[in-house]
Design a protein around this ligand. Structure first.
Ligand code: 5GP
Ligand code: MN
Length: 335
């Protein structure tokens, strides 16, 4: 069978060869999504196969409820307090190393490895495998493991399939390509059960999440003739609805789903700033460039930021201006 990621075979082999006898902490970005959880626990299993002495997974936040059934008997350790200097860090799905957790970053300033698919990644790891064309870090990681001839357990096949399915919104994003399906097919052959994965992801919703969604929908407003749809999570909404922060994942997709909407946004006030999620219908809008204006980043059609020092009132008009410019820019003919 042909190799899926021939250009990264050498680097991945270097990583596998380098972990023998080592202790590795696999870190993912804060407020992890499906791709992040999938990639963290899948890489942990691969590094154990490669002879690592001990592998743990660390994250600033716990495993979100929807992904709990994908981690088996594994645990997620708290990144804020993880301070064992005998470990080295491998970061996955982190557009920016700082997104693992500020204090973990300071304690481990020189990560061993970084595996990611964000176009904005400027990794300074010893081994960096970054492919912005990969639809998900899980697609890249699955491909690397298949190419390297590693064993893919049924559990890891389900995990990696879940990472791809979530980051591609069930194989519908612009980043979904032939290689995405090919990798998913190979995972199914290795034991992934697509309908089991779908039940875990889409038929275990908690009622509180629906109430959170309802609160977000109430705030939605259309701007610029219906091309931008923006809404926010009102202060105290988690307590009111009984939901939790992880439940906000995916809400912005509802704003984007409206006919005629080209860019969608979800804003959430934090203690000392505002978190923003941006989505566009196509990559033309480069919402990652808007996110970068607030110190964030991500992909051309899906990006995010945490704008420190802002409030909803100060951020909202600024974002309106930037979104308007992105819409106008997208209207211009390109060479
Ligand atoms: P979300 O809106 O779901 O939080 O994030 C969308 C995409 O943007 C994800 O790929 C995520 O990794 C990236 N992203 C979200 N927040 C940030 C941020 O603060 N910095 C960077 N560099 N990327 C982010
Ligand atoms: Mn991802």
């Amino acid at each position: 069978m042909s190799l899926l990621f021939p250009e990264y075979c050498e680097d991945f082999k270097r990583l596998l060869d380098s972990v023998g006898g080592k202790k590795i902490a696999v870190a993912g970005h804060m407020r992890p999504d499906g791709d992040c959880i999938s990639s963290q626990f899948a890489l942990a299993e691969f590094l154990r196969q490669a002879g690592a002495a001990e592998v743990v997974c660390v994250n600033q936040n716990p495993v979100p409820y929807l992904y709990e059934n994908f981690i088996g008997n594994e645990k997620m350790l708290d990144a804020e307090t993880f301070d064992d200097p005998s470990f080295e860090i491998a970061a996955v799905d982190c557009a920016d190393y700082h997104r693992i957790n500020e204090s973990l970053c300071k304690r481990f300033p020189e990560p061993l490895a970084c595996i990611d698919h964000h176009v904005t990644n400027r990794s300074a790891s010893k081994i960096s495998i970054i492919d912005p064309k990969a639809s998900a870090t899980a697609e890249l990681l699955a491909g690397l493991a298949l190419d390297a001839g590693l064993e893919i357990s049924k559990e890891n096949a389900n995990r990696l399939y879940m990472g791809i399915a979530t980051d591609t919104r069930q194989f519908t994003t612009t980043s979904t390509r032939a290689k995405t399906f090919e990798t998913a097919t190979r995972l199914v052959c290795a034991g992934a059960d697509s309908s089991w994965v779908a039940i875990q992801l889409y038929q275990r919703e908690r009622f509180a999440k629906l109430k959170l969604l309802a609160a977000y929908l109430q705030t939605l407003k259309l701007h610029f003739g219906g091309r931008l749809c923006m809404g926010f999570l009102p202060e105290g909404v988690y307590e009111e609805t009984g939901s939790e922060k992880a439940d906000s994942d995916g809400l912005v997709d509802y704003a984007r789903s409206v006919n005629g909407v080209e860019i969608a946004a979800l804003l959430e006030p934090l203690e000392n700033g505002v978190k923003g999620s941006l989505r566009a219908k196509t990559e033309t809008y480069r919402v990652n460039e808007i996110a970068e204006k607030f110190g964030g980043g991500g992909h051309l059609a899906a990006a995010g930021f945490t704008a420190k020092g802002y409030t909803l009132e100060t951020l909202y008009p600024k974002l309106l201006g930037l979104a308007e410019a992105a819409l106008k820019n997208a209207d211009k003919p390109r060479d």
